[in-house]
Design a protein around this ligand. Structure first.
Ligand code: FES
Length: 169
């Protein structure tokens, strides 16, 4: 004796299963959107135009920086500060305590080391006693209208002074 297999119509389809599939598609769509968003953020991050860490890195045209801003160069391992009076200072991202990578906290206008909570003001001057000197800087040169940072030569400094800021001629 054989049993007939009857096809089911869409109306007979288990509504719980349909809801599950709809939710699964929504979750997959959400994950895809997050990944596309993350890829977009990575693409839009500041990148050096030329050079790599350990050498001279072209950060960008002098006129391309807004006064009072800090730009991170992750691949160059530095932050480029464009001061309110159009000066430039390149800050090494390496914490002078034990070498962790410091972050720029824009809303607090300071640098922060997540390892042992050292903080530094917007010039890299230390604010906490766990470190005994300010963030190192890299020499800057201005050439053909471009800002160039020499990452081969980190410069130690105990405190920030105005002489650490470079100005285009
Ligand atoms: S390594 Fe930065 S505070 Fe310790």
């Amino acid at each position: 004796m054989s049993e007939d297999i009857q096809p089911i119509s869409l109306d007979q389809f288990d509504p719980h299963r349909r809801a599950f599939l709809q939710n699964a598609l929504k979750v997959l769509g959400g994950v895809l959107m997050l990944e596309l968003g993350a890829a977009g953020v990575m693409f839009l991050r500041s990148r050096s135009l030329e050079g790599e860490f350990g050498g001279i890195i072209t950060a960008g045209p002098i006129s391309g920086f807004t006064p009072g801003t800090v730009t991170e160069y992750e691949d160059g391992n530095f932050f480029l500060i464009c001061t309110a009076d159009n000066g430039f200072m390149a800050i090494y991202r390496r914490c002078p305590h034990l070498g962790c990578t410091v972050d720029w906290i824009g809303e607090k206008n300071k640098f922060f080391c997540p390892c042992h909570s050292a903080s530094f003001d917007n010039n890299g001057e230390y604010q906490t006693s766990i470190v005994s000197r300010s963030l190192d800087t890299f020499p800057i040169v201005f050439e053909d209208g471009m800002v160039k940072v020499n990452t081969a030569v980190p410069q130690n400094r105990e405190h920030h002074t105005p002489e650490h800021i470079s100005y285009p001629a």
